[in-house]
Design a protein around this ligand. Structure first.
Ligand SMILES: Nc1ncnc2c1ncn2[C@@H]1O[C@H](COP(=O)(O)OP(=O)(O)OP(=O)(O)O)[C@@H](O)[C@H]1O
Length: 332
């Protein structure tokens, strides 16, 4: 069964063409992440799916039904926003139950679903608190709870972790992954954080300038990026691109190599001097500038003793290298 099918979706705001021929299928139970740089149209696409914006053309089907003319509240979706949008005067449990109450659900159903969600999200000790007395992470869990109680066919998350600090982001990321496993629900998640995309997604949709650049599992996109844009977007630190520092590279071509695939050695086809060292504890990142004036990042596993000013040589396995033409497309 298909949770969502988008066919030929276009969206313009006046003269600005924001979404360009989007075709996408989300299978039942799938976790799909939309990634792309700021302004590429991720939020607009999510809002079109939710019905908060109309598509200029194209078809949106949720659970097999075309919903273009159906208002947001009747689409069987629930959306979790970056700003939690909780009612300050309502308790945690009333915030969660409000939507169901407004739908006219019986009190017993509201209570049962809310208490189940509260337990699932580990909010039992906070059920009667107001949002002001909660941490950011707890508020976001309430916002997620508000979506869960509606038992939607499709969850939509719009950058839900971007207001949280780094440690909390990681915890909440794990919680969202666990929630997806528990509920086996279909979820679409918008982020510009490539780590969230890599770690949460069954399927990543990479967007650029309102178009889909590539769709695939995280490892498909990491191992087989279709072009330089996708190659540079996924993976951290980003892939290195070299045009002048590699012997025998045909003119116009760029070689891409990930920082974790470069090795320090006594000799090697690339050399340069260390300009900066980042000691991360477990790993070390070296920034190396070549005599051809290109800078690359080398990820060394463990604690590397290199210092700024050291001259290093780098090797790599040929099968871990990517080549791109002048149009930034992949050369196979
Ligand atoms: N209501 C609107 N009227 C006019 N232009 C809009 C409107 N909403 C969005 N846009 C434009 O559409 C483009 C895509 O915006 P959108 O918010 O979807 O991008 P995004 O990928 O979600 O970006 P971010 O990661 O910064 O949130 C932007 O150029 C934006 O200025």
């Amino acid at each position: 069964m298909t949770a969502l099918k988008l066919e030929g979706i276009n969206k313009s705001f006046g003269p600005v063409h924001v979404l360009k021929d989007i075709n996408l299928t989300v299978e039942e139970g799938e976790f799909v992440v939309f990634v792309g740089p700021s302004g590429c149209g991720k939020s607009t696409l999510l809002r079109v799916i939710a019905g908060l914006e109309d598509a200029s053309c194209g078809t949106i089907a949720i659970g097999g039904d075309v919903v273009n003319a159906i208002p947001p509240a009747k689409r069987g979706i629930a959306m979790v926003f970056q700003s939690y949008a909780l009612y300050p005067h309502l308790s945690v449990k009333d915030n969660m139950g409000l939507g169901l109450k407004q739908e006219g659900q019986p009190k017993s159903v509201v209570q049962e679903r809310v208490s189940k969600a509260i337990t699932m999200l580990d909010l039992d000790d906070y059920a009667d608190r107001k949002p002001a007395a909660l941490s950011g992470g707890q508020r976001q869990r309430v916002a997620i709870g508000r979506a869960i109680v509606r038992d939607p066919k499709l969850f939509l998350f719009d950058e839900p972790l971007s207001n949280l600090d780094a440690a909390l982001r990681m915890n909440t990321r794990v919680e969202i992954a666990e929630l997806h496993r528990t509920l086996s629900a279909s979820m679409i998640y918008v982020t510009h954080d490539q780590i969230e995309a890599m770690t949460l997604a069954d399927k990543i949709v990479v967007l650029r300038d309102g178009r889909i650049e590539q769709i695939g599992s995280p490892m498909e996109l990491y191992n087989n990026p279709a072009n330089r844009f996708v190659a540079s977007f996924l993976g951290s630190p980003s892939m290195n691109f070299l045009a002048r520092s590699v012997p025998d590279l045909p003119p116009g071509q760029t070689m891409g190599i990930r920082p974790e695939h470069l090795r320090l050695s006594d000799t090697g086809p690339i050399s340069g001097s260390v300009t900066h060292v980042e000691r991360l504890g477990g790993d070390t990142n070296l920034l190396v500038r070549t005599p051809q004036d290109e800078t690359l990042t080398v990820r060394v596993f463990g604690q590397d003793p290199s210092e700024v000013g050291d001259v290093v040589h780098l090797t790599f396995a040929p099968q871990q290298v990517f080549h791109f033409n002048e149009a930034q497309e992949r050369i196979f």
